[in-house]
Write a protein that binds this ligand. Structure first.
Ligand code: NAG
Ligand code: NAG
Ligand code: NAG
Ligand code: NAG
Ligand code: NAG
Ligand code: NAG
Ligand code: NAG
Ligand code: NAG
Ligand code: NAG
Ligand code: NAG
Length: 422
């Protein structure tokens, strides 16, 4: 979303018009975006738990206080940003904004589901809204350290999650009436991993639900028939000591307990109501799970990856099969979970709840004429139909991004990209 960043930071209208045509026209009419500063977890809390970012800095979050009828409701959102899966990639990450609060932006813009404006976020605008910054590289779920005498790193995602909750409890979270745990990408995966545990920190009579955005990473082979994502996750779980924090009913049911890091294996064990928001052709999964660079040495997917209309028939068939795999892997959830919700659209997107353009705008994606904001709100408040699946591509025309927006390559492949080893 480089385009949006440009809008916020520089307001260079000419550059903007050159870059984004209708796709981000909406940004132009938003007069004001809420900026929220970072709070570091209290030193004493972090110390007691050993909750530190990869580089040893204190974890941080951005908190915007609720008001009116939302004053006792809480939305917590995990930031995303890929994973690190070996010592080298984690050491490199520790020196970036993905591994150290020292290197992060200290002010974040709250858009989409985090917006405080009722017209942009009708159901959650007045809740307490918190963005939890990601600095561990294992979806907030690791618990170990690396120390070989010359290099040292903290792998403490699970402790960071707990420390943030402990910090927020006295700020009102301890008296929450309604709560929603959300997150996108690696943060969307964290939602599956922490959904049930979240309840343990809240009053017993609180309503607790969870929304995973672009976190339904599939356990599938790539186009060269390699288990790319399975290998990556296996390494993340092993390196960072994640297995002990996975759902025990899941780990005891599988021959390879590490697979419980995958939502499709973990989903059946989650007790709180879940909402799965995902594109059936999730951009990140397409580029990194289905067709990672190593699986396409002759670059046959080069054009298709960046322009869907340039895909050949056989490539389109592979993409359609990927969509079917996603629907199959969520089928029993779709069929049997009465409290669950779903919005599986056919846009070539990755993360749709954090940006105003996709969450709720005059031309944001719709399925059965409903926006994502509408369906998520209907699900949370139990108002209406909440499991929507779009027709397959070329589907209906509410997607703006069959061609990725300018800057896509930079924002997705370099920052969220798989690490060196793959
Ligand atoms: C925590 O506080 C102690 C002393 O109060 C200080 O020495 C230490 O550097 C602080 N830790 C961090 C990570 O800021
Ligand atoms: C919400 O957005 C609308 C439309 O841009 C604007 O008119 C209104 O002032 C905003 N309200 C708040 C509270 O920021
Ligand atoms: C510790 O690990 C780092 C990173 O892999 C490596 O560069 C360094 O040589 C290692 N030190 C020792 C003593 O093995
Ligand atoms: C939960 O119980 C507490 C204490 O009895 C009460 O103050 C609070 O309003 C209740 N919350 C809900 C959502 O019913
Ligand atoms: C769940 O939360 C409790 C705190 O109530 C914590 O002690 C425990 O380690 C957590 N378990 C997992 C698997 O996250
Ligand atoms: C495992 O399942 C049992 C039976 O449904 C349940 O009582 C228990 O809380 C579950 N454990 C976890 C860690 O979810
Ligand atoms: C996308 O591919 C189609 C079909 O090959 C082509 O007509 C179109 O110009 C391409 N668009 C862009 C922006 O490259
Ligand atoms: C697609 O559009 C057609 C015609 O407007 C409509 O009947 C159908 O319900 C739409 N499908 C979805 C999944 O929105
Ligand atoms: C779609 O929703 C909009 C706004 O809710 C409404 O005005 C319009 O009539 C709806 N269109 C259809 C075909 O239901
Ligand atoms: C959902 O809303 C539609 C139109 O607003 C209504 O016809 C339908 O009965 C509602 N469904 C449920 C389950 O409330």
């Amino acid at each position: 979303m480089v385009v949006v960043v440009v809008v916020v930071k520089f307001s260079v209208v000419v550059l903007l018009l050159l870059m984004c045509a209708p796709w981000c026209a909406y940004s132009l009419v938003v007069p004001y975006r809420l900026q929220v500063g970072m709070t570091l977890v209290k030193n004493s809390t972090a110390k007691a738990l050993g909750a530190y970012c990869l580089d040893g800095s204190l974890p941080g979050y951005h908190f915007s206080k609720g008001f009116g009828s939302g004053a006792r409701n809480w939305l917590l959102q995990f930031e995303g940003g890929g994973w690190c899966n070996d010592v080298e990639s984690c050491l490199a990450r520790a020196n970036t904004r993905r591994g150290s609060t020292n290197l992060m932006t200290k002010v974040e813009t709250f858009n989409g589901i985090l917006s405080n404006n009722e017209s942009f976020n009708p159901d959650f605008y007045n809740w307490n809204r918190v963005k939890l910054r990601y600095c561990d590289g294992a979806s907030f779920a690791g618990d170990s350290t690396f120390d070989n005498g010359t290099s040292f790193m903290y792998f403490r995602g699970q402790k960071i999650w707990q420390a943030m909750l402990l910090d927020l409890l006295p700020k009102g979270l301890a008296r929450a009436e309604k709560a929603l745990l959300s997150g996108c990408s690696a943060g969307g995966l964290a939602v599956f991993l922490h959904c049930d545990n979240f309840s343990k920190f809240l009053p017993r009579n609180a309503t607790v639900k969870c929304l995973s955005d672009a976190g339904f990473f599939l356990d599938v082979k790539d186009v060269a028939m390699h288990e790319t994502i399975r290998t990556l996750y296996h390494d993340v779980v092993t390196l960072q000591g994640v297995e002990q924090n996975l759902d025990q009913n899941c780990t005891s049911s599988l021959i390879d307990p590490k697979l419980c890091f995958f939502p499709q294996h973990n989903l059946g064990f989650i007790k709180n109501p879940m909402f799965i928001l995902n594109s059936a052709y999730d951009m990140w999964q397409f580029h990194n799970i289905l067709v990672p660079s190593l699986a396409d040495p002759r670059k046959e997917w080069k054009y298709c990856k960046y322009n869907i209309s340039a895909c050949t028939e056989s490539q389109m068939k592979i993409l359609q099969d990927f969509r079917l795999a996603m629907l199959e892997d969520s089928y029993s959830f779709y069929k049997h979970s009465t409290s669950g919700g779903m919005f599986i659209n056919s846009c070539f997107a990755h993360c749709q709840s954090e940006q105003q353009e996709t969450w709720l705008a005059a031309d944001s994606p719709i399925v059965h004429n409903k926006t994502i904001a509408k369906v998520v709100g209907n699900w949370y408040f139990e108002r209406n139909e909440t499991k929507l699946i779009d027709d397959p591509y070329p589907c209906n025309s509410s997607c703006h991004n069959t061609i990725p927006p300018a800057g896509y390559i930079i924002t997705q492949e370099n920052i969220l990209g798989l690490q060196r080893k793959l």
